[in-house]
Every structure is written in C-alpha cells, then in structure tokens.
Ligand binder design. Structure first.
Ligand SMILES: *Cc1c(COP(=O)(O)O)cnc(C)c1O
Length: 483
C-alpha cells in the first residue's frame, strides 16, 4: 500500500468509524449472531491474489457487523464498560502508524520516556502515593491487562519472599496467596501461572453484608499457614470488586501484611480511575501506607481503548529482579549505563506496543476536568437509577453502590429462592434478546442479582431511564405469567 493509497483508504476508515459512532444507537446492543454465523460467512481459504481495500470494508459491514456486540452503545450496561474515545482511537492509530516495538529504551527512547511520564501523570491525577513515581524507588508501567499485572506482582512478591533469588534459583518454600471469595478470577489464574498453584490460594471470609475481606480472619489464616511451614507471600485486596464493587479495608489488611511481612497487591482494575475525582479519593485509603503494588485499568472507565492497564510498584527492585534477562543480542550501552528504564523487565513479553500514546492523547484532550466529568456522570446516573429502584414497589436494591454499578432484582414475592433466581435470569435473557439494552448478572449469598454498570461515554440519563422502564415493563409481564 503506497502512502497515497493509505491516505485514500485511511480517510475511508476514519469516516467509517465516525459514521459508526453517529449511528451506534441503531444497532441491537447485544449481537444477535448464533454460534458459527460469522465463521460461515468467511471464506475457508485465504486469497491467492491481493485485492482492493473496498472489498474488505464491504465485508466488514456484511460479515463482521452482525457479530458485533456494541460495547460503546449508550445502552450497554453489562460487565464493566470498556471505554473507547476519539482521542484514544487516534492515539492507537498513531502508535500503529509509527510501528515501534518498545522493548528497550534503546529501541525507541520516546516509547519508554512518554510511558514513564504518563504513569507519573496518572499517579498524580489519581492522588496515588509519591513512592509510585518514577523519581523514587518505585514506578509505573503500562501492561495489557490487570491479569498480567497480577502475574508480575506475584512474581515480584515471590522474588522478595525468596531474598531476591526466586528468579534465578526457583521457589524453595510452599508459598501462599490470600484472596477473598469476591477477588477477580485472574488472581487464581496468576497463582497457577506462577507456581503457587490453586492449592496455595487461601480464600479469606468476607463480611456477609459488605462483602469486604475480614482482616481478623486474614491475620489468623496467615499465622496458621506460617506455623504450618508455608511462606505467606501475597495478599490481594480489591478496591471495587467485579461482582458488586465491594471494597476491601486496605489499611486494616495492610497492617496485617506489614506484621507478617507479606506483599500487599491492590486490585482497583475498575474503580481505581474514579479517584481522579477528589470526592472519591477515599478509594485510595491505605494505599500510600501499605500497598507494594497497585493496579487500575484506564481501559475500563477512563476513556482509553483496550488495552491499557497501569501497574505501579512502591519498589521496583523485586519486580525487575524477577523479570530481567539480558541475552547477548539485546546488550546495549544505554541499558548498561543504568540511566534508562527497559520496560521489558517489568512485564512478561519481550516486545511491547507504544500504548502511552493513547493515554497521552486522552489526558491531553480531556484534561483532568474532562476526566472527572466523565466519572461524575457515571456515578450520578447510577445514583439516580438506585433511587428509582428503591422507589419502585416489588424490587430489591443491593444497598452498596458507591460508584457506577448498581445491583438489584425483582422481589418475586412468594417465589422460593431457586425459582426467583430462575425468573431473574429469564428476565435478563428476555431484555438482552430484545437488543434494547445489555446487562449481566451476579450471585450474592445464593441470590441472583442483575448488574447494571453505567459508564459508556455516550450514556445519558435518557438511556438509563429507558432501560429502567424496559426492566419494569418486562418484570410486570413475567410476574403475571408466573402467577
Ligand atoms: C476487570 C477486572 C479485572 C481483569 O481485568 P483485565 O484487564 O481484563 O485483566 C481484574 N480485577 C478486577 C477487580 C476487575 O474488575
């Protein structure tokens, strides 16, 4: 493709994306494709001869679009949001256009240094501790996901627990990781990957009302394990759990960690970015005093296209110690001078994309004020929705909803629990099949709850109100049919 051809098709692609943004509400939120539909529309064999780009754009409409669930649709309330935004898309395009592979400082100094500055900017915007800044012993790095951050945080914790020899000599002890029943599944996966194993994962009880980890129980379990010869290695505290945005008491957990010399990782994948608003800074309580590592996802609620996760450590030494390797073919003067960061030593793969460009685009376009406004819109809409649910007869509201996720269900008066759960799921399936909105569910104390996560950039009150009206309407229909 010549630069001239690129210019022509590039303009078509940008126009296509802008058109898509304008007409996104005309699509059903949840793809109505059945398994195999997209596959069946694709040729089995690759083309022998190259072809014009117009054909691909036509097939994008014909083959791909029916199989798209519209995450940027203003009536997308499932999982957590995965925000896209104009500046982030353009930043990603610039990254692709430069085609840089930033494994070492030397392979493109700007890729590393812009990332360092962006991690510092974001730490400042979120009010994170000074120890996480690049001018101290710690620092931040952009990873592909909170899951990867969990893996490298565990590797750093293992390195520290083994006196800096785990990376070289392997694990000697029987290591344990502490989570709660509400912790994201990526921690258990990380335990499997890092050799702790599912058997080394301890699940600490939660308060049945708040679903927050019980620090006294954690303390007792760590003491028992240590007495039995295990090496308690990491505790993962979650700020904003995936199921209900429960918030573990980071300071109290941190006290326990400090007493036992255990690494504290704070997973704030969804909620952490909300601390851009001063009135939500309480989310960071305990982080400055106790967290060894902390992670949040601009790719969820902070207007930055997937993938963009940021991990900070208070001390970079165990992380780099666990992950650095230096084969002859990568030796270079800059690395040996010790004056530069080589981010390949902060992550699992060698190669890395220039992700800092999209974060730079987003932060400069919106400014701190714009980012705050986006978060505040999501929180305010969720609080309004919670009020409507509370005021509607025949609905039960889960009363913890400090951010933009609201959990609830119809009361289904008179139905036994298992039938009520079935009815809630049927309601959700009916709503999602309608294409008018998309929401998901969770289970709390044996009860199925609907989860409505607000936060797509285009979501306004009218969308939340329309979704709520649909939910009430379908609930009333189902109630009638169940009588
Ligand atoms: C979404 C989520 C994750 C996983 O995020 P990825 O970036 O997709 O790996 C981890 N922890 C919590 C609390 C989450 O909500």
């Amino acid at each position: 493709m010549t630069p001239e051809e690129f210019r022509r098709y590039g303009r078509q692609v940008v126009d296509w994306i802008a058109d898509y943004q304008e007409k996104i509400e005309s699509y059903p939120v949840l793809s109505q494709a059945r398994p195999g539909d997209v596959l069946a529309a694709l040729p089995v064999h690759p083309p022998e001869q190259g072809e014009g780009y117009e054909n691909l754009l036509a097939d994008l409409e014909r083959v791909v679009m029916p199989g798209i669930t519209h995450w940027q649709h203003p009536s997308f309330f499932a999982y957590f949001p995965a925000n896209a935004s104009g500046p982030a898309i353009l930043g990603d395009l610039l990254s692709a256009g430069l085609g840089v592979q930033g494994m070492l400082w030397a392979t493109s100094p700007a890729c590393t240094e812009l990332e360092t500055r962006m991690a510092d900017w974001l730490a400042e915007l979120l009010g994170l501790p000074a120890a996480f800044r690049s001018d101290g012993p710690g620092g931040g790095v952009i990873q592909d996901s909170a899951s990867s951050s969990a893996v490298v945080a565990i590797l750093a914790a293992l390195e520290r627990a083994n006196g800096g020899r785990a990376g070289r000599e392997g694990l000697t002890g029987r290591h344990t990781l502490y989570i709660s029943s509400q912790t994201h599944s990526s921690l258990e996966k990380a335990a499997k990957i890092t050799g702790i194993g599912a058997a080394g994962v301890r699940t600490v009880d939660v308060d049945p009302r708040t679903l927050a980890m019980d620090p006294a129980r954690l303390d007792a379990m760590i003491a028992e394990d240590a007495a039995a010869g295990a090496v308690p290695t990491m505790v993962c505290a979650t700020v904003g759990t995936t199921s209900t945005t429960a918030i573990d008491p980071v300071a109290a957990i941190g006290e326990v960690c400090r007493r036992h010399g255990v690494w504290l990782h704070v997973d704030a994948a969804y909620a952490g970015v909300a601390a851009v608003c001063p009135e939500l800074r309480w989310l960071n309580e305990g982080v400055a005093d106790y967290a060894d590592s902390y992670t949040t996802n601009p790719h969820k609620w902070l207007l930055t296209n997937f993938d963009c996760n940021v991990l900070w450590v208070a001390d970079r030494e165990p992380l780099v110690g666990a992950l650095s390797i230096l084969p002859e073919y990568l030796r270079n003067q800059a690395s040996e001078s010790g004056e530069v960061i080589d981010y390949r030593d902060w992550q699992i793969p060698l190669g890395r994309r220039f992700r800092a460009l999209k974060l730079w685009s987003v932060i400069r376009w919106y400014g701190a004020e714009g980012l705050r406004e986006h978060i505040r819109t999501g929180v305010a809409l969720a609080q309004r929705l919670a009020g409507w649910i509370r005021d509607e007869p025949g609905f039960v509201l889960f009363d913890h909803h400090p951010l933009s996720l609201v959990c609830f269900r119809p009361a289904w008066d008179g139905l036994p629990e298992d039938e009520a759960n079935e009815a809630t799921k049927r309601l959700m399936e009916t709503l999602n099949a309608s294409g008018d909105l998309f929401l998901t569910h969770t289970k709390v104390g044996g009860r199925v709850l609907l989860r409505m996560a607000i936060g797509a950039p285009a979501t306004r009150e009218e969308h939340v109100r329309a979704a709520w009206r649909r939910i009430v309407e379908e609930t009333r229909k189902l109630e009638k049919s169940l009588q």
